[in-house]
Design a protein around this ligand. Structure first.
Ligand SMILES: NC(=O)c1ccc[n+]([C@@H]2O[C@H](COP(=O)([O-])OP(=O)(O)OC[C@H]3O[C@@H](n4cnc5c(N)ncnc54)[C@H](O)[C@@H]3O)[C@@H](O)[C@H]2O)c1
Length: 337
């Protein structure tokens, strides 16, 4: 049984509290938040838990094995460092940190102390993304040409981070997970309409070492609610639509083939319009799977699927995108870490 504490019981943190309270292999002991009203709500919902506004009080408890940090993005690095320095395993919500330097500090602190550091890249636990991974790895899609994601909505407007830092960690973590290629360069353009200097909408493009291109579109100022990935390969194409209740994955047996030899323009590019397959997916809640994975990694001393290094890679891309945004979309090279 792993004894768990959650820091940050906001809109998202309370889902983590619920899962760690319900999972049989965890014992949720503490919830920490600066807001006493939110703590009172947690005590009402989960009688028996201890609450505090002082993170140090919880960290001083030797029974606590692992701490989940779901506070505001700028608090992730200082809180994560405190947790690791107290000798506890850490699960930090995305983004892992706001600079690559801070993300590196978290990764090396966890390594030095032999502690688990997991990042809340929720989609890596989504059965739809696992299906995409399987399709890519099996070669069913052929060579990957390009992929793009759309994560737009009229939704939660943040003040302390722009739409790119708020949403794109999900899309970037999936691209890095799916592709066996390193990101080489990034461009990003965006615009801030509601608050000075906080981009509501952004379009980010990543070039990968194997020639694949990834495009991320994010916005909290959009009439559509889209959470969609499209992957285009040389043999097949796939759409993962997370807004669909049941049929989240559609595999299109469609493609275009350029023959090595051709006689006329008509022979040149052959288009194929085949069947559409909708595979059945596991209906488990991705967050529950993610929380269980963290507990398993803590118990077995294993590296999480969404480990600190993955979190660092995402932060590196976001940092490059921020520089590109400031330079009106100029390409920024990614330095290998
Ligand atoms: N993985 C996902 O799919 C997903 C979804 C939504 C949000 N998130 C992430 O989760 C985090 C929290 O998001 P949210 O929507 O719950 O935000 P929120 O603003 O609703 O809640 C944040 C909570 O953290 C508390 N807090 C802030 N600093 C603290 C500190 N130093 N010590 C203790 N408590 C502190 C605040 O009082 C607040 O209650 C963000 O990083 C966000 O990016 C992840």
């Amino acid at each position: 049984m792993t004894v768990v504490a959650v820091v940050g019981a906001g809109n998202w943190g309370r889902n983590l509290v619920r899962n760690f309270h319900n999972l049989p292999s965890s014992s949720l002991k503490w919830v920490v938040d600066l807001d006493e009203g939110r703590l009172a709500k947690m005590r009402e919902l989960f009688p028996g838990i201890r609450t505090t506004t002082a993170v140090d009080e919880m960290l001083a408890d030797p029974e606590v094995d692992a701490v989940v940090v779901s506070a505001s993005a700028r608090a992730h690095h200082p809180l994560g460092m405190k947790v690791l320095r107290a000798g506890k395993h850490a699960y930090v919500e995305k983004p892992l940190a706001l600079t690559a330097l801070h993300a590196e500090e978290l990764v090396s602190e966890a390594d030095d102390r032999n502690l688990v550091l997991m990042v809340g890249h929720l989609l890596l636990f989504h059965p739809g993304v696992l299906k995409l991974k399987q399709l890519v790895e099996s070669g069913e899609l052929g060579d990957l040409y390009y992929l793009y994601s759309q994560r737009v909505n009229l939704g939660v407007i943040r003040q302390d981070e722009n739409s790119l830092w708020s949403f794109a960690p999900h899309d970037l973590s999936v691209m890095l997970y799916l592709l066996d290629q390193k990101p080489v360069s990034v461009t990003a353009r965006g615009a801030a309409y509601l608050q000075d200097g906080v981009e509501d909408v952004a379009f980010m493009n990543v070039r990968f070492s194997g020639g694949c291109m990834g495009q991320v579109q994010v916005s909290w100022l959009d009439p559509h609610k889209l959470r969609k990935f499209t992957v285009v390969g040389s043999k097949k194409m796939v759409v993962f639509d997370d807004m669909e209740a049941q049929e989240k994955i559609r595999i299109f047996d469609k493609g275009a083939r350029v023959p090595t030899e051709y006689r006329s323009f008509g022979d040149y590019i052959g288009l194929r319009f085949g069947d559409i397959l909708i595979p059945r997916l596991d209906a488990s809640e991705p967050l529950r799977l993610e929380c269980q994975h963290f507990l398993d990694c803590v118990t077995r001393g294993e590296r999480p699927r969404s480990d600190g290094r993955g979190g660092l890679e995402v932060v590196r891309l976001l940092e490059a995108a921020t520089r590109s945004l400031a330079a009106d979309g100029a390409p920024i090279q990614i330095q290998e870490g």
